[in-house]
Design a binder for this molecule. Structure first.
Ligand SMILES: NC(=O)c1ccc[n+]([C@@H]2O[C@H](COP(=O)([O-])OP(=O)(O)OC[C@H]3O[C@@H](n4cnc5c(N)ncnc54)[C@H](OP(=O)(O)O)[C@@H]3O)[C@@H](O)[C@H]2O)c1
Length: 370
């Protein structure tokens, strides 16, 4: 029998999109959130779903949401601030877990600190299972498969043409501030090394004759792609959200580095930005989302830097994709479609072919190979 899907954070911007995507797929999730009035209203609107109240400030209330065989989906972020109780709840009960974080520091914690506990508990942890960073995992794995063993490097770029100034949710703004102030990392010469956020920039060709610049970020691909392509020595992931501001961001990040290394500075600034940049303020409406698109490009290179393969994925809005891919992942996991336990990536968690189908169902698909 399929386990229950419990969606924690259902009343937030992305939680709401995920709840609707689950119901569209025919699922009957249990909706959970900190406000009884808001979660009850949403559960009623979506056809009389079960609901529960849980608050990260009371970890026992989060733990009470799930039991073995269930799938816990968390959209409660920023995750470096509020993510831990849901992970602990999944490991304590043996429930599978998915989240939509894009925050590198949290992703690293899942792999380095929680993976072994989840393995012992017999459950899978699928972190960063939203637009950040599922399509890049898929594009990277497809490019590496096309390129074969000679590929030792992969470079991935994420772009969102058509996104206006209203393109980000409050939760994304709050999490982006957390990312900029957190330590970063990259996969270099066959191992994970510390590397500051926005340490590098590079351009990708979005259409013939038109290049777009992007900044490097710590993501899940650094931790997951070397598992599925053992000859991989270097992984770089770039985000194009900031367009022409990418280079100034690199300079700003270099300038901030000595300040952030002062005792207490990183925590102090995190705290300050946590109070200044608030979540739970909504996000782009359906009309704004319909204007933006997603382009994800992965290039597999050999040790001399020659490009062996390129994969390009294209689709719709990043938030619509996030709700839809979380719904696909939760439903697939609840039906027993998760391969393995512990901290998993999208490819080793579901298999490359199933993941490609799931990503296409969620609105992003392969458009060309060079
Ligand atoms: N990977 C991706 O591509 C992607 C896409 C979308 C979002 N995200 C990430 O997902 C997170 C949420 O984004 P969002 O746009 O949905 O932001 P949001 O609207 O601010 O949602 C945050 C959620 O956290 C809940 N929350 C806050 N404090 C809580 C507490 N003490 N106990 C329980 N719940 C609490 C909020 O509850 P209330 O509803 O009661 O305020 C809300 O449901 C962010 O970290 C964002 O970066 C990632």
């Amino acid at each position: 029998m399929a386990g229950r899907i419990v969606l924690f954070g259902a009343t937030g911007y992305t939680g709401d999109l995920t709840a609707r995507a689950l119901v569209e797929r025919g699922a009957r999730p249990v909706l959970a959130a900190r406000s009884e009035a808001k979660v009850r209203a949403l559960a009623d609107e979506l056809g009389g779903l079960e609901w529960a109240v849980a608050d990260v400030e009371r970890p026992d209330s989060v733990r009470a949401l799930v039991e073995r065989g269930d799938v816990l989906v968390s959209t409660v972020g920023p995750f470096t601030r509020w993510g831990e109780p849901a992970v602990q709840a999944a490991i304590a009960t043996g429930a599978h877990y998915l989240d939509c974080t894009g925050e590198g520091a949290f992703i690293r914690e899942i792999f380095e600190r929680h993976g072994a506990g989840a393995q012992a508990a017999g459950c899978g942890l699928l972190t960063a299972f939203g637009y950040d960073w599922v399509p890049g995992n898929l594009a990277g794995a497809l490019a590496l498969r096309d390129a074969g063993e000679a590929a030792t490097r992969v470079e991935i770029g994420y772009f969102n043409p058509g996104s206006g100034s209203d393109a980000m949710s409050g939760g994304t703004r709050a999490s982006s501030a957390a990312v900029m102030l957190s330590p970063g990392f990259a996969w270099r010469d066959g191992r994970l090394v510390d590397e500051r956020v926005a340490h590098r920039t590079r351009s990708f060709e979005l259409k013939p004759g038109s290049e777009a610049r992007a900044v490097s970020l710590p993501s899940s691909e650094h931790l997951t792609l070397p598992r599925v392509h053992p000859t991989l020595r270097d992984v770089d992931v770039f985000l194009g959200w900031f367009g022409p501001l990418s280079e100034p961001m690199r300079v700003l990040s270099a300038g901030l580095a000595p300040i952030l290394s002062l005792p207490g500075a990183r925590d102090g600034l995190q705290d300050l930005f946590g109070r200044l940049v608030k979540g739970s303020t909504g996000g782009p409406d359906a009309a704004a989302r319909a204007k933006s698109r997603s382009i994800v490009i992965a290039e597999a290179l050999d040790a001399t830097g020659s490009r062996l393969a390129q994969v390009r994925l294209e689709g719709g809005n990043a938030y619509d994709f996030t709700g839809a891919i979380l719904a696909w992942g939760a439903q697939t996991a609840a039906a027993g479609g998760l391969q393995g336990t512990g901290a998993l990536g999208p490819v080793d968690g579901f298999g490359l072919d199933a993941l490609e189908r799931g990503v296409a169902e969620a609105g992003i698909a392969r458009t060309s190979v060079a």
